[in-house]
Structure formats: structure tokens, C-alpha cells
Write a protein that binds this ligand. Structure first.
Ligand code: ADP
Ligand code: MG
Ligand code: MG
Length: 248
């Protein structure tokens, strides 16, 4: 049984059709990568799966654990175990990372974690990710480097322990050392039954994460799927070669 089944999904942004019939199935524990040129609809796909209200579904279905989630709001989807990390994490002055994460966990679980219980959980996850304790007390992302912001997103993923994690260009703007640290952090947090959908332009992060499937999204459609060798092939040929191939 698939964790996520997207069938013939069509979605609009600002009245413009962006997703033009997406089919994508993700099994439990699998890692899927989505690659494709800028503006092809990768972020739109993630946001539509998450239920961001700016993205209007015009047709098709999204099944999560067999249940149609299209009419559910973002928070209901989050409660079911769907998580989206942002390409440009926001800086929020006045809210500490710890308070932000505790509130997020309370919202997702619908339970009020004790302060002490949460501190213990957070400490454990921060140790796993080799983050210094002091980060917990810092305002969310304020003054964080690019790599630290991405690591804070991964810490959130570790705390919430979602079933489906969508990482939208988590590798953008990182130097090669920060990229390796971020990739290794994702691997540490990933459990056997956590599935990952990673959007990226670059092969490098996929060398670390070794996706089970790679899909190419162009102009609102998945035009090609394959194993991790497809990412390497694309690095050599580029997307335009694929476009030409599709036309033949
Ligand atoms: P990708 O992530 O593949 O670069 P996007 O999904 O961000 O592509 O964008 C696909 C298309 O949808 C683009 O033409 C973009 O301008 C448009 N778009 C995406 N999000 C918005 C938005 N919030 N408001 C207006 N247009 C958007
Ligand atoms: Mg983009
Ligand atoms: Mg994008």
C-alpha cells in the first residue's frame, strides 16, 4: 500500500494552470527526488500536497494512506504526518527555536507536551544533529547562516517525525561542506517508515541521499522517471535534451 498517491493532479496558481496532470506514488520509507527547470511546478506540487490555500486543485486526487486529503486544511494534513520544509526559512524575532518547535509539536499531536518532557526530546534530537544547546534559546532563524537555517528545518522534521517529508531545494545556497552536513543530517533523521520527496536542481545532494526514484517535472508534468542514474544522466545532458527527446 502506497503512502502517497497523486493521480492526474491539476492545480492553478492565480488562475493559471501550473500542474497539468501529475501522477506520483510514494511508498513507505522511499526517497523520491523531483528535478526540473525553474518554473516547472516543483514548489507548486509540494505546496498543493501540503494544502497551501494559494494553490487551487482543479482535478485529480491526492490520497494519503488511502484517504483523500484534498479537502483538508494544512493543519489537518500536518496532523496526518505531512511536512514541508521551506526553501527560504523565515526569521521570526521574539520566538525561540525551542518555543517554536514545542508549539509545532503540540499542534501536530494535539497534545500539550510538558516543558521538561519537550526539553528532553529536543536535547536528544539536537545531539543527534550535533547542534549546540544554545540554539534552542535563539530566536528562530535570526542571524542563522544558510546552513543553520536548513539544519533548523531538519531539527523540526526530527521533532515532528512526519510520515512524508517534502524538502524543497533544501540544498540551495549551501556551500559543499554545509551541503554535506545537511544531507547527513537528513539521513540521521530519516527512519525506515519515513518517506522523503526532495526537490533539487543538483545531483550532489542525491549522491548522499541515494533516492529510490528520480522524476523530471517539466511544464507541469512528470516527463520521465527512473532510478538515481537518471539524475546523473540529467547532469550531463540537461533538461532541454529531454524536452527534445520527448518531442520525438
Ligand atoms: P519551480 O518550483 O519548479 O521553480 P514553481 O512551482 O515555483 O516552480 O512555479 C511554477 C509557476 O507558477 C511559475 O510560473 C510561477 O511564477 C508560478 N507561481 C508559483 N507560485 C506562485 C505564487 N504563489 N503566486 C503566483 N505565481 C506563482
Ligand atoms: Mg525555483
Ligand atoms: Mg521551487
Amino acid at each position: 500500500k502506497m503512502l502517497l498517491e497523486v493521480k492526474d493532479l491539476r492545480a492553478n496558481v492565480d488562475g493559471k494552470e501550473i500542474l497539468k496532470g501529475i501522477n506520483l506514488s510514494i511508498g513507505r520509507g522511499e526517497i523520491h527526488a523531483i528535478m526540473g527547470p525553474n518554473g516547472s511546478g516543483k514548489s507548486t506540487l509540494c505546496n498543493t500536497i501540503m494544502g497551501n490555500p494559494s494553490y487551487k486543485v482543479e482535478g485529480g486526487s491526492i490520497l494519503f494512506e488511502g484517504e483523500d486529503i484534498i479537502s483538508m486544511k494544512v493543519d489537518e494534513r500536518a496532523k496526518r504526518g505531512i511536512f514541508l520544509s521551506f526553501q527560504y526559512p523565515e526569521e521570526i524575532d521574539g520566538i525561540t527555536l525551542e518555543n517554536f518547535l514545542r508549539t509545532a509539536l503540540n499542534t501536530v499531536t494535539g497534545k500539550n507536551q510538558s516543558i521538561l518532557g519537550f526539553k528532553k526530546l529536543l536535547k536528544e534530537k539536537m545531539q543527534l544533529l550535533e547542534m549546540r544547546d544554545e540554539y534552542a534559546e535563539r530566536y528562530l532563524n535570526v542571524g542563522f547562516s544558510g546552513g543553520e537555517k536548513k539544519k533548523a528545518e531538519i531539527l523540526q522534521m526530527a521533532v515532528l517525525n512526519p510520515k512524508l517529508v517534502m524538502l524543497d531545494e533544501i540544498d540551495s545556497g549551501l556551500d559543499i561542506d554545509a551541503l554535506r552536513i545537511v544531507a547527513e543530517s537528513i539521513k540521521k533523521v530519516k527512519t525506515e517508515d519515513m518517506s522523503i520527496l526532495i526537490v533539487t536542481h543538483y545531483n550532489r545532494i542525491l549522491d548522499y541521499l541515494e533516492p529510490d526514484f528520480v522524476h523530471v517535472l517539466m511544464d507541469g508534468r512528470i516527463v520521465k522517471s527512473g532510478d538515481s542514474s537518471l539524475a546523473k544522466e540529467l547532469e550531463e545532458t540537461g533538461y532541454e535534451a529531454l524536452r527534445a527527446e520527448e518531442l520525438i
